[in-house]
Design a protein around this ligand. Structure first.
Ligand code: SAM
Length: 289
């Protein structure tokens, strides 16, 4: 049988089940086999490994994952898609369809139930664009034993995740992602690769999990608080933004301490490397700011 990720098979499945798309759930189904080749290639799966898919839709990517991985757990929020998935995935006993909102799913528990006997797990997904960042942050912050994350996201989001210091794309998302992972842009995907076609370009990005975070900080929560505060108003200087943490009355002292770290207080947050943010964080902590 023709694979699901084709315009004709996708349309047939949708017609057969009387399915209608919900824009509010970010439903754009992939119909481009070449893009699936790139996603599956980047995920480096084999039959000893597992794959967690977020939002399987009608199963175009799930089908490929089932053929490449030992075990697939596919978490879908839309109840209407569950019987469709059970139908199209019936040839693949290694696929578990889970009806759940990924943001409310106990992933530690899911890992125990689905992946305990596997050599490693990748997250592979064509993400719903309205919740891309919360999903990525949940996957990273829960410290699950994920080897890599290969996801389709809006092109602009992929560019922000992989941005280096110095440009307008570099911000708190770049730092959060790069703290945990090494990002690599896999390919740009035009709207016509989906049904219905979104009116923005998409991109596949691979986030390779680092063995240790990119920088070592004593208090991670404080590090991310410093990053958030530094970017609060992009046009303001670092010292101005950070005075929200030090208190306005200690702004002069703050500027002096930044200079002592080798960081000019007039710089903007978008020019600081992760190492420099770590330095600033340690300095603020040491001086009770
Ligand atoms: N994987 C399919 C494909 O590539 O054709 C569908 C991708 S579509 C962009 C996103 C999917 O995520 C939809 O099936 C949607 O119902 C599902 N979804 C949206 N929000 C979700 C959530 N919070 N948890 C789990 N699935 C979600």
């Amino acid at each position: 049988m023709q694979e699901i990720a084709t315009s004709s098979r996708t349309r047939n499945i949708i017609r057969k089940h009387g399915f209608t798309f919900k824009k509010s759930l970010g439903q754009n189904f992939l119909i481009d086999g070449n893009v699936l080749d790139r996603i599956i290639g980047a995920a480096e799966l084999d039959h000893s490994r597992g794959a967690l898919e977020v939002g399987p839709g009608i199963g175009s990517l799930t089908e490929r994952l089932a053929q490449s991985a030992g075990k697939v757990a596919a978490v879908e929020i839309d109840q209407r898609l569950i019987p469709i998935l059970q139908d199209v995935m019936s040839p693949y006993p290694n696929v578990s369809v889970v009806h759940s909102d990924i943001l409310k799913t106990d992933l530690q528990q899911l890992w125990k139930e689905q992946f305990s006997d596997l050599a490693g797990v990748s997250v592979v997904a064509n993400l719903p664009y309205y919740v891309t960042t919360p999903i990525i942050m949940k996957l990273l912050e829960e410290r699950l034993p994920i080897e890599n994350i290969v996801v389709m996201v809006q092109r602009e989001v992929a560019e922000r995740m992989s941005a280096k210091p110095g440009g307008k794309d570099y911000g708190s998302l770049s730092i959060a992602v790069q703290y945990y992972c090494e990002p690599e842009l896999v390919c740009i995907v035009p709207g016509k690769s989906f049904i219905p076609a979104p009116n923005v370009d998409s991109a596949v990005i691979k986030l390779k999990r680092r063995a240790e975070p990119a920088v070592s900080v004593a208090d991670e929560a404080k590090f991310f608080q410093v990053v958030q505060a530094s970017f609060a108003q992009r046009r303001k200087t670092l010292a101005n933004n950070l005075s929200a943490l030090s208190g306005k009355e200690r702004k002069g002292e703050l500027a002096e301490l930044l200079r002592e770290c080798g960081i000019q207080p007039e710089r903007r947050a978008e020019t600081l490397t992760l190492q420099e943010f770590a330095l600033v964080c340690e300095m603020l902590t040491r001086h009770g700011m």
